[in-house]
Design a protein around this ligand. Structure first.
Ligand SMILES: [Zn+2]
Ligand SMILES: [Zn+2]
Length: 83
């Protein structure tokens, strides 16, 4: 079992953004995040959650935000003003 970040931020500590599951399911989530990034780059609207994981969908929109990198002291100056 592994702890998966549904928001795809490895430093995130929000309980609602993570789940326990096997390693294969965790790896499957990587493609969800890159798909969301590609959709955003193409100007398409990104769904709130993915449809690939029946139990806990990936948080696609949340994953595209810089929401919790502050915990790793990686937040660029000025970004915290928008949170
Ligand atoms: Zn998160
Ligand atoms: Zn997913």
């Amino acid at each position: 079992m592994e702890g998966s970040h549904l928001c795809h931020h490895g430093n995130c500590i929000v309980p609602a953004h993570s789940t326990y599951e096997d390693a294969a399911a965790n790896r499957d989530r990587e493609s969800c995040h890159s798909t969301a990034q590609e959709m955003r780059a193409l100007g398409l609207s990104v769904p709130k959650g993915c449809a690939s994981h029946s139990t806990r969908p990936c948080l696609l929109q949340v994953g595209l935000e810089l929401h919790l990198l502050i915990f790793a002291n990686k937040m660029p100056a000025g970004v915290t003003d928008r949170l």
